[in-house]
Design a protein around this ligand. Sequence first.
Ligand code: FE2
Ligand code: FE2
Length: 190
Amino acid sequence: MGGRQSGERQAGCPAPSDFPLPGNALDFFHQDHLRKREVCARISRLSELEAPDADEICDIMSFLTHELPPHLADEEQDLFPLLARRCRPEDEIEPVIARLAADHRRIRDRIPGILAVLKAADPGGKAFSDEHRARLHRFSTDLLQHLILEYAIVLPFARLRLNRRDMGLLQKGMLRRRGLDRLLEACDAG
Ligand SMILES: [Fe+2]
Ligand SMILES: [Fe+2]
């Protein structure tokens, strides 16, 4: 799957979000969601192509394997529990978190199947079958709906209710999941 140089990206497509060092963790979530919304659109576009593009398939497989899982973990292990702890009863955040957690389980369950569809593609050759096209489209649509709900409810409440210490915990978890905490310690020690 050659073609595009490593690090070079399609025009108009955001690169994987830069990591928050040492900025606000919620700003990183916001950037990360923008990036994921763009990838959703790319999955839908890819599904419609007469000759699926090899580089695009490779990028999307990398996103599903390396970027999406830690993002789901950031939310499940840190953001959602912090919100549940800090939000007030009148915020009615519990049912929202339950819905989002159920979305995560469904998204995670479907990733291997979507990867298999992409792996079985014929880059530059045949279009996806109707069934595979429908699966790709449904996955991107469901992920987009999930992101819209988080954008509309979760991030505004997080900005309102989380305190500075919570932000620090969020950021630490995010760094740890990506193996960047040791890097930071090394920089501090140096
Ligand atoms: Fe999520
Ligand atoms: Fe999210």
